[in-house]
Design a protein around this ligand. Structure first.
Ligand SMILES: C[S@@+](CC[C@H](N)C(=O)[O-])C[C@H]1O[C@@H](n2cnc3c(N)ncnc32)[C@H](O)[C@@H]1O
Length: 209
């Protein structure tokens, strides 16, 4: 869509993509019709950690099949599609996030797919279609720790090569880290983004051996 000086000033620029500020006119318009209800109402900073980490570790390749868990507005998915032409699917249980995700994909002129499913509903057969699975700020309730642990087990069994979680450092995430370090080949790293500014947090990277 054409950007005016006013709408351009309400865009965040980071890692080669544009994202909406919360007061961007497109966001305001979409909010009239869609109301995300499980925290999918903005771009969360952990997404920038994912972008930085994927770049740093050279984990993106053209045609790579990528799934984003709890994509919300899908900033990291848009980054993957723009940066490498990866084939990206954003998964979320809240369908009201998808119009925001698609609008962000549109302003960056990339194509993304969406899948409305909960973490619990994602089966081995679904994971088998992907090389890389990641999620930013998706382990924020105690009840989500065992859900993600089981999800990671299914994804590894399905042959997903890399599973990456980014988090600002909430306690359910630390519990997930401990479980993964005990049972899988898992790396846990302090990480920070450099765009749009410095955000500090953590990366959990589970590798299929
Ligand atoms: C804190 S937001 C993070 C959104 C996005 N990853 C980001 O960094 O901007 C959490 C997202 O997870 C989704 N979510 C929460 N519980 C879920 C579940 N059980 N299954 C699938 N998605 C879920 C929410 O709808 C929301 O979009």
């Amino acid at each position: 869509m054409p950007q005016t000086a006013e709408t351009e000033s309400k865009l965040i620029q980071a890692y080669g993509i544009f994202l909406f500020e919360n007061d961007h006119p497109t966001v305001k318009e979409l909010e009239e019709a869609y109301v995300p209800s499980v925290h999918g109402h903005k771009t969360w900073d952990s997404s920038f950690l994912i972008m930085d980490y994927l770049l740093h570790k050279h984990l993106l390749k053209p045609k790579k099949k990528v799934m984003e868990l709890g994509c919300g507005w899908g900033p990291a998915s848009v980054f993957c599609a723009e940066n490498s032409g990866a084939k990206v699917t954003g998964v979320d249980l809240d369908e009201d996030v998808f119009p925001f995700f698609q609008a962000q994909a549109e302003i960056n002129r990339v194509k993304v797919k969406t899948l409305r499913k909960s973490f619990q509903q994602l089966k081995k057969a679904e994971f088998a279609k992907f090389d890389l699975v990641f999620g930013a700020d998706i382990c924020f309730w105690d009840s989500l720790t065992p859900i993600h642990f089981k999800l990671i087990k299914r994804a590894l069994k399905a042959g997903v090569k890399d599973i990456i979680f980014a988090d600002p450092g909430r306690s359910p995430f630390y519990e997930l880290v401990e479980l993964c370090q005990k049972h899988f080949q898992a790396e846990y790293l302090d990480w920070y983004s450099v765009e749009p500014e410095k955000f500090e947090g953590y990366i959990l990277h589970i590798k299929n051996s």
